[in-house]
Design a protein around this ligand. Structure first.
Ligand SMILES: [Zn+2]
Ligand SMILES: [Zn+2]
Length: 276
C-alpha cells in the first residue's frame, strides 16, 4: 500500500513527474495491502506454469518432423494424458508446498525490506539484481542438488523428480514437496542479501520458472536466444542429468555450468546428443 492518495501527492513526494510504468504501478498498487501484493507471486507462478509449457506440449503432440528432429530423446513419446497427470500432480504440490512457503515467507520479505512503493527500479537495477539472484541461487542450488543425490536423500526425496528420465516442460517443478522447499530456499537468498522492489521479486521468480521449464523442455533448438548467454546450461545439459538418473554424478547446476566446471562434475561434452 502506498503512502500517497493521489498522483499529485506521489509526484510531490518524489520531486518529479512519474514515468508511465510508475503511473501504472501507482494506480494498481496504491490501495492494495503489501501482503496481497506479496501473494501475487503465487498467482504468477501458477499462471506461468500453466501457460509457458503449452508450446512444448503442442510440439510433442504435433509429431511435426521439423520440430521432432530437435528433440533430445526422440525415442520417448508422451501422450496428452501423461502430460496432464504431470500438471495435476504439480498443482497438488503447488497447493501443499509452494503457496504455503510463499505465504510464510512474508514476514521475512517485510523484514529484509522488499519495497512496494515508488520509485520503480531502473532497467540496470533490475538487470543486476536478477543476475545476482541467478548466480547465488545457482551456486547454492548446485550443492543442494548434489546432496539430494546421496543415497538416502535420493531414495526418499529426489527420486520423484527423476521419474522423468526424459523431462518435459511440465515436469520442471515435478518433485517431492520437501525438494520444492529445500531447493526453494536458495531462491530466497538473493532477495534477502540484495533486497529490491517487489516487481523485481516477482520478475525473478517468473524468470527462474521460465528457465526451469525451458531447461526441462526436452528440446534443444539451435536458434534459442539462451545460446548467447555465457555458461548457460540449457536443455541438453540438464537432460543428460535426467537421462543418467540415480547414478548421475554430473551436470548438477540448474542454470549455469560454472559450478560443474569448478567442481569437476561437468559432463565433458554437453552437446553430446542423446539422439543417437
Ligand atoms: Zn538430480
Ligand atoms: Zn530436473
Amino acid at each position: 500500500m502506498l503512502p500517497y492518495h493521489t498522483l499529485q501527492e506521489a509526484q510531490a513526494a518524489l520531486g518529479r513527474g512519474l514515468t508511465l510504468p510508475e503511473t501504472i504501478w501507482f494506480k494498481y498498487s496504491a490501495d492494495k495491502p503489501d501482503f496481497l501484493l506479496h501473494c501475487h507471486n503465487s498467482l504468477f507462478l501458477f499462471l506461468f506454469y500453466s501457460i509457458a509449457p503449452v508450446p512444448f506440449l503442442l510440439m510433442e503432440l504435433s509429431g511435426n518432423q521439423k520440430i521432432h528432429k530437435h528433440k533430445i530423446q526422440p525415442k520417448v513419446k508422451r501422450t496428452f494424458w501423461e502430460m496432464f497427470k504431470c500438471y495435476k500432480d504439480v498443482l497438488h504440490t503447488f497447493v501443499i508446498a509452494v503457496t504455503p512457503l510463499q505465504i510464510i515467507s512474508y514476514p521475512t520479505i517485510k523484514w529484509i525490506g522488499i519495497r512496494t512503493g515508488l520509485s520503480l527500479p531502473s532497467g540496470w537495477e533490475l538487470f543486476w539484481q536478477i543476475l545476482v539472484y541467478f548466480v547465488i541461487e545457482d551456486y547454492l542450488g548446485y550443492w543442494v542438488h548434489r546432496m539430494l543425490h546421496c543415497k538416502w536423500a535420493y531414495e526418499k526425496i529426489h527420486k520423484l523428480h527423476h521419474e522423468y528420465s526424459a523431462p518435459i516442460g511440465l515436469s520442471a517443478p515435478y518433485a517431492h514437496w520437501a525438494e520444492i522447499i529445500i531447493l526453494g530456499i536458495p531462491a530466497f537468498i538473493g532477495p534477502i542479501l540484495v533486497p529490491g522492489h517487489i516487481t523485481t521479486y516477482w520478475l525473478w521468480f517468473i524468470l527462474r520458472q521460465l528457465e526451469a521449464i525451458e531447461t526441462h523442455s526436452g528440446y534443444d533448438f539451435p536458434w534459442s536466444c539462451t545460446k548467447f548467454i555465457p555458461f548457460y546450461g540449457g536443455a541438453a545439459f540438464h537432460d543428460y542429468h535426467h537421462y543418467v538418473g540415480e547414478k548421475s554424478q554430473s551436470n548438477f547446476a540448474s542454470v549455469f555450468t560454472y559450478c560443474d566446471y569448478i567442481y569437476r562434475t561437468h559432463k565433458a561434452n554437453i552437446n553430446t546428443s542423446l539422439r543417437a
